[in-house]
Design a protein around this ligand. Structure first.
Ligand code: M6R
Length: 607
């Protein structure tokens, strides 16, 4: 999604802003631009496409002695990707960059002559209003606050006024914005990676606040214009995380990190092979008397939520609903006082998940978030947080974050089971003991031999449609597998409960249609075999992802990806790694832009 950077300081602003925009590329974008103060006032350059193109343009357009400016990577919402619609937008007096959506932009535009607008964006009108306010008040803070009061929607803004060189202003409402405080200058950014190379010290801008930064000062004002005290924070992340470390893609690197991040996460929430969440949830009463658990998330995190439903219902005998956040927030969910909600998010900034969390908080439902990004808004606003220790995930397609989300939910299910006495301590210890082999043995052994994935990828890369089938948790894994394949290969695919295909979709199976059968749960092997026979007899090519002992599946498959023999609770996790590799190698075979697939954003901060 869109990225914002602003800088003012002693160093070369042109270089810093361009490099920061490169660091924001992973978020997904379709155009980019920047405005800098020069000796002749503010100057702007924009491009459709990659930051590398902007870099070329900027190198000839701007002088070397620039010290302050703003930049943006745009992920189109209003108006197609184009140079004209790229940010910054503005007037002779003010330039802005904007993340988010202005819901009342059409209404606001009516105050101005249509001919004054050059773009199709919802952003340009903000600059027009701000310009008018500034002309009237001659006070940048007042004009920003007055503008803020007129806007509806979500927004993070970076602003420069042509008659205030060296100062960058910022405003935030429902869209993340940080202020980086470095020794050689100050930054504003939508995401810490934009300035992490220069400083890991930052200030989080709160909703409704306006910031004014110069090269050596930061001042923050509330919506009444009163100056506030600032809280400095230090990020643990380091800039090296943004390196591929010898892998051809971040996605592959991140899949290969799975054993380590699962081990780290395991150590952080277990003690002597028993669940231990005491670092964040000191009192077991948080888990007591739970009515229904509502899991809310989007995309891959939603699929982890489906796995969580499976684990919690099976182990803790507690009812679970799992719903996509964008629907949940507008539905009228039946919530009872003793219910609990679990919000899952890698970024901790997904707009729909955050809105659902806020709705649940308003209704006084106990909220627990499973989040990967320390200090993110969802983490901050949840009653309790469990951090997944996946480390930084750069590839747009989420992989290692999924595995650790599932792991946390699995261990959480064991915790609730212990509190509810549906499992004994000894049973739990045995389960966790065997589970730990998934990161010490199973996933590492899958990663050692990628040949079966490359073979299956050849089959998939030649098709336009593919179907995933599975039963139980394998059905949920199929949904994640299908999403992964669509995201990075652009092959159309659908995932079905294996029993469901014959209720309509089987009409789409023809000679050569790949059907990927995920069969890792022994109790379903025979049923899965029948379902495979049904599609095979209609011409489907079968790729199976199954356990070593699934002979009855293997013998009717055209291509087999075998998971190592392992205790049953390990299968969903090693199968998750397998389906990610399958998507990766298919995209590689097809020559796709794996880490930055078209139209997608890493963190979806608009609804
Ligand atoms: O940051 P989140 O986990 O809240 O993000 C949710 C989805 O946007 C995300 O999982 C998305 O589906 C990924 N691109 C999947 O690979």
């Amino acid at each position: 999604m869109c990225g914002i950077i602003g800088y003012t300081g002693n160093d070369n602003a042109k270089e810093i802003i361009i490099n920061s925009l490169s660091a924001l590329e992973y978020r997904g974008y379709d155009s980019a631009g920047m405005s800098l103060f020069t000796d002749n006032g503010i100057s702007t350059v924009k491009t459709q496409g990659r930051v590398s193109e902007l870099r070329k343009k900027a190198s000839v357009h701007f002088p070397e002695n620039t010290f302050c400016g703003i930049g943006h990577t745009r992920w189109a919402t209003h108006g197609k990707p184009s140079e004209t619609n790229a940010h910054p937008h503005g007037t002779d007096n003010v330039m802005i960059v904007h993340n988010g959506i202005i819901e009342n932009y059409k209404e606001l535009k009516k105050e101005f002559d249509d001919s004054l607008f050059y773009s199709d964006t919802d952003t340009e009108v903000i600059a027009k209003i701000l310009d008018k306010e500034y002309e009237e008040t001659h006070d940048p803070i007042k004009s920003i606050i007055n503008t803020h009061k007129r806007l509806k929607g979500s927004y993070a803004l970076g602003i420069i006024f042509s008659d205030i060189p060296g100062t960058v202003f910022a405003l935030r409402k429902d869209s993340p914005l940080l202020i980086g405080t470095g020794e050689n200058g100050m930054f504003i950014a939508s995401d810490i990676s934009a300035f992490l190379k220069h400083t890991n010290k930052y200030i989080r801008l709160e909703d409704g606040d306006t910031a004014m930064i110069t090269k050596d000062s930061v001042r923050i004002f509330d919506t009444d214009g009163n100056e506030k005290s600032v809280k400095h924070e230090t990020a643990q992340r380091n800039a090296d995380e943004i390196q591929k470390g010898g892998f051809s893609h971040f996605m592959l690197k991140e899949i290969f990190e799975e054993p380590d991040v699962m081990k780290d996460t395991f150590s952080s929430i277990t003690k002597d092979f028993l669940p231990d969440f005491s670092e964040t949830i000191s009192d077991d009463s948080f888990f007591a008397d739970i009515g229904t658990i509502h899991i809310v998330a989007c995309g891959t995190a939603l699929h982890a939520g489906l796995m969580g439903k499976y684990f919690i219902e099976k182990l803790a005998k507690t009812p679970v609903t799992t719903e996509t956040a964008g629907e949940f927030r507008y539905s009228e969910p039946i919530l009872r006082a003793n219910d609990m909600a679990i919000i899952i998010s890698q970024s901790g900034e997904t707009a729909d998940s955050l809105a659902a969390l806020r709705m649940l908080n308003e209704k006084n439902i106990r909220t627990l978030s499973v989040v990967n990004t320390q200090g993110s808004t969802i983490a901050e606003e949840s009653e309790k947080v469990i951090y997944t220790l996946a480390g930084r995930e750069i590839a747009v397609a989420s992989t290692k974050a999924f595995n650790v989300q599932c792991e946390v939910l699995f261990i959480l299910a064991l915790k609730i089971a212990l509190v509810k006495n549906t499992l004994t301590s000894d049973e739990t210890k045995n389960i966790l003991h065997s589970f730990s082999t998934v990161f010490s043995n199973s996933i590492p052994s899958i990663l050692k031999n990628t040949a079966p994935f490359e073979k299956a990828a050849k089959i998939l890369s030649e098709c336009n449609n593919a179907f995933f089938i599975g039963r139980g948790y394998d059905n949920y894994l199929g949904q994640e597998a299908s999403l992964k394949l669509k995201e990075i290969t652009y092959i159309h695919s659908e995932a079905y409960a294996a029993s469901e295909l014959k209720h309509g979709t089987i009409s789409l199976i023809e000679d050569g249609t790949p059907v990927i059968a995920i069969a890792t749960d022994k109790k379903f092997f025979e049923k899965m075999r029948s379902n495979i026979e049904e599609v095979k007899s209609r011409g489907a090519v079968i790729i199976s992802v199954c356990c070593e002992d699934a002979d009855i599946i293997k013998e009717i498959s055209d291509c087999v990806i075998t998971l190592p023999s392992e205790p049953s609770y390990c299968h969903p996790f090693s199968a998750a790694t397998a389906i990610q590799l399958l998507a990766y190698y298919t995209a590689l075979e097809m020559g796709r832009d794996i880490d930055k697939p078209r139209n997608l954003a890493k963190s979806v901060t608009v609804e």
